[in-house]
Design a protein around this ligand. Structure first.
Ligand code: ADP
Ligand code: MG
Length: 470
């Protein structure tokens, strides 16, 4: 087995440095994937080169896009045959993988991805199989069922992926895997991903892979990659001033400010908004629709600060927060760890800022135990920063009055914006489509041109109304 560079060696992290199709790289920008994660950077060159690869990295390291980009780049859409098969241990994981593949593939039209998993009725799967597919994502047991009944033709598979191989073995799928290997051509590329590397994995790698390149990435997120700062704030006025100074000093693209109560959340958000920050508030009093819009604006980087209670922020799935602020120390250290852990994900460096006063002595003591060091209050950035206007977020959200029910799809919006003297793919951010509306983030500098493209040009053969979402 050959060894790829270790983490600390210099690697180019731009997706555009890879020999990937334009449709894929343009779309990555719209997904908010600015740079490769370490496992992607280390495995993609070999994957795109057609080599067998063993990738080891813990959950959340970005393995799906590593193999997903590889298989999508290689796929021949015009050839309507099953060319790729992804094996996963459970239906949930298979669904997640299929979802990510569909998102990665949305710049390329007419790719058919089919999931074949146990626990769902056979009938519809048989029907879908008769219609054909390019990519199968499934669990080994159900794949064997279809193979045994002669409903699955794997003769054209040239890429086979074993995702979470260790878990598939734990679940006792060894025999199914052996049988599937006999049904796919020997001449193929095989990629194996696993969080751990027990002997059993070594054995199947030797059986199923040929001269594999071994890529191993250690933890992408541990608390030591997060710097924690503490400031003493006697009262709420001090807190608000400290918050503004830190935001002005750091200019975060995405920051979350945690408050202990709903009332405080609203109050802090209103004050920041008055001071000119682009802010959204997330608390229990919001209607679902407003909550979704707040999350959307924050996730697509057209709002840079989110003020939230712990409960409202639960399930918030935003990678790469630059900054987390504890407006008050959390009631318990578990909550503190959880808040702080939201920054510094996906290998990026995070920073957490906690405001405390003399009443928080006990809680601060617990955090000191946790950190294994004394907490010393730091000085704040210079007051002169308060003369500055907050920076505007990089993106603006455009709302379009057409959605799924009008058969508008992300590729249509991207095509309309970038086609025919349009804006660059790299100037388009996240796209979200609901039943009757679509939302697309674009770079602030090009918002007028983007609006023109949609309202004067043609999206799905008609004119739509579109406006900036404030
Ligand atoms: P794994 O399979 O290694 O557990 P996933 O492939 O599920 O990890 O990825 C974890 C999360 O990271 C997902 O939400 C995914 O969308 C996100 N992600 C993957 N690659 C990138 C990237 N290059 N930039 C930003 N986010 C990424
Ligand atoms: Mg995974």
């Amino acid at each position: 087995m050959s060894q790829t560079p270790t983490n600390d060696q210099q690697v180019n992290l731009d997706f555009t440095s890879l020999p990937l199709k334009r449709e894929l790289t343009d779309n990555l920008a719209t997904m908010g994937y600015a740079q490769m994660t370490p496992i992607q950077a280390q495995s993609l060159p070999a994957i795109l080169n057609g080599e067998d690869v063993i990738g080891q990295g813990k959950t959340g390291s970005g393995k799906t896009a590593a193999f997903g980009l590889g298989l999508l780049n290689k796929l021949n859409v015009k050839r309507f045959r099953i060319q790729t098969m992804v094996l996963c241990p459970t239906r949930e994981l298979a669904d997640q993988v299929a979802k990510e593949l569909r998102t990665l593939a949305r710049g390329i039209h007419n790719i058919k991805i089919l999931t074949l998993c146990g626990g769902v009725p056979m009938g519809p799967q048989i029907g879908s199989l008769e219609h054909g597919a390019h990519i199968i994502v499934g669990t080994p047991g159900r794949i064997i069922d279809h193979l045994d009944r002669g409903r699955l033709d794997l003769e054209n598979v040239d890429t086979l992926i074993l995702d979470e191989a260790d878990r598939m073995l734990e679940m006792g799928f060894q025999r199914e895997l052996d049988a599937i290997m006999l049904a796919v051509p020997r001449e193929r590329q095989t990629l194996l991903f696993s969080a751990t590397f027990p002997d059993q994995i070594k054995t199947i790698s030797e059986q199923f892979l040929v001269n594999p390149v071994m890529v191993k990435v250690t933890a992408t997120h541990d608390s030591s990659s997060i710097e924690q700062h503490f400031y003493e704030c006697g009262n709420n006025n001090d807190r608000m001033r400290a918050l503004q100074l830190l935001l002005l000093d750091r200019n975060p693209e995405s920051a979350v400010v945690f408050c202990n109560t709903k009332r405080e959340t609203k109050d802090v958000a209103a004050k920041l908004s008055n001071a000119g920050f682009s802010v959204v508030a997330l608390h229990g009093d919001l209607e679902q629709r407003d909550r979704d819009l707040m999350l959307l604006k924050f996730a697509n980087k057209s709002a840079s600060v989110m003020v939230a209670t712990d409960v409202a922020a639960r399930g918030l799935d935003i990678d790469a927060l630059d900054m987390v602020v504890n407006y008050h120390v959390a009631y318990d250290t578990e909550v503190h760890i959880h808040r702080v852990g939201r920054t510094g994900r996906a290998g990026s460096k995070g920073a957490a800022f906690t405001f405390f006063n003399h009443e928080d002595g006990y809680k601060i003591g617990l955090i000191e135990d946790l950190l294994g060091r004394d907490i010393v209050a730091e000085g704040l950035p210079s007051e002169s920063l308060l003369d500055k206007m907050p920076a505007q977020p990089a993106m603006v959200t455009i709302q379009i009055d057409g959605g799924k029910k009008n058969k508008v799809r992300p590729g249509d919006i991207l095509g309309c914006l970038t086609g025919d003297n349009g804006i660059e793919g790299s100037e388009v951010g996240k796209i979200k489509i609901t039943d009757f509306r679509s939302y697309v983030a674009v770079k602030r500098q090009v918002v007028r041109r983007a609006l023109n493209k949609i309202t004067k040009g043609k999206l799905k053969g008609r004119n739509y109304r579109a406006w900036e979402l404030k």
